[in-house]
Design a protein around this ligand. Sequence first.
Ligand SMILES: [Zn+2]
Ligand SMILES: [Zn+2]
Length: 377
Amino acid sequence: MTTFKGELELAGQKIPQTMKAVVNYAPRDYRLEEVDVPEVGPDEILIKVESCGVCASDVKCYEGAESLWGGGGSPMYVKAPVIPGHEFIGHVAKMGERAAQTRNLIPGDRVIAEQIVPCWKCRYCKRGQYWMCQVHDIFGFQKNVNGAWAEYMKFPVEALIHKVPVDIPERLAVLVEPLSCSIHAVERGRIEFGDVVVLAGAGPLGLGMIGPARRKTPSKLIVLDLNDRRLELAKHMGADLVLNPAREDVVARVLEITDGYGCDVYIESTGHPASVGQGLAMIRKLGRFVEFSVFNQPATVDWSIIGDRKELDIYGAHLGPYTYPIAIEFLDKGLVDMEGVVTHVLPLEDYESAIEMVHTGKESIKVVLKPGLVKGS
Ligand SMILES: [Zn+2]
Ligand SMILES: [Zn+2]
């Protein structure tokens, strides 16, 4: 039982007045600034950021994608100026009075909040479908829910907060957010014993699907990617077979492996429209297709494959609803192998290089920003 005596502060650490933060003003106009440490109201919690991953969506935001900044049929989603970052892990630094009473937390606890901050008032939130919240505030995209490319951040009253055991190494704990999304996509595929499962795309999300998919006991888990280094890691993480569509006819290979029928489940997370047609071609009749990607342009396919020719089940997957506790448990108990996914940890000051590294994706897989990291350490 915690008794609240005024403001609780992170043991032995004085919370400063100001902090370093990256602020997104507009596409390609991000600035490293000294800003005020957020004030916390009675229901809010101040978090000292431990580290924060750079997501492909952060890169799209930086580059001004229409899906985030409006245009091409998409509404304006970003509300700038805003501090980016939704793949964070941190420690409770200070709790508002009511938060200290209602949340089962004490200063120093290692915590994560789900990336979406639900409104809890709309049709979806009221039905428990909070990841589809109509308002759809996500940390790091709207100025009312600043993200974690900063030394401190604030969890508002609406936030879904989970404790994260301190024994989970930081390089794995920082993957809880993407792993939660991967687990949700795998669940959507409803993998059954003996299924042949194809995961298209071995980025941090696709790689994160390998362990959870493995736990569903498929007969064969096949991973596709254009990057051989990522395929090598995929194999190491539990893929039975890895194929590079740049070097071989992957549709023909999958048909050959499955006696001409095709795979049972195809989970698409490449971001390339060509992967959609490829999936429809290699999936068996009555198979399941899961779409996780965000595309830069529309994917054009022969839609009659879905009905007339194969009667497929097509599932979307978005965010990681109800999967954070599973991701935390998987990492805590070592039930999934995520070693090797975090390839680079950079100080906050190097956010531009971090974005560039994720953009090219040649040398890096997951790039993490760590406030307070001293260069060269
Ligand atoms: Zn993300
Ligand atoms: Zn809502």
